[in-house]
Ligand binder design. Structure first.
Ligand SMILES: [Zn+2]
Length: 88
């Protein structure tokens, strides 16, 4: 009975990307994936920026400091929102 009630409470909700004017910005960052001597990830991370080219510039700065660090992951944070009712 409880499970059914819970399911009904969420039936009208839709998850969608938040593209409202007041939504938080999508941000971009890069993390260094290079494995260090003890086989752990360097994990140095650029500051997050709404401008995707800024963290790309950070990778060049990081490689200048650590010439062997050549492997990166891009971290994209995109806002989503729960929306009551079906999207129109
Ligand atoms: Zn690194």
């Amino acid at each position: 009975m409880t499970t059914t009630a819970r399911r009904f409470a969420f039936v009208d909700w839709t998850l969608r990307p938040d593209q409202d004017d007041d939504a938080p910005p999508t941000t971009y960052a890069f993390r260094c994936l290079t494995l260090t001597e003890d086989d752990t990830e360097c994990a140095a991370t650029s500051p997050a920026s709404p401008d995707p080219t800024e963290p790309q510039a950070w990778t060049f700065d990081h490689m200048r400091e650590h010439p062997e660090h050549t492997s990166y992951a891009e971290l994209i944070e995109r806002p989503w929102v729960m929306w009551r009712g079906c999207p129109s």
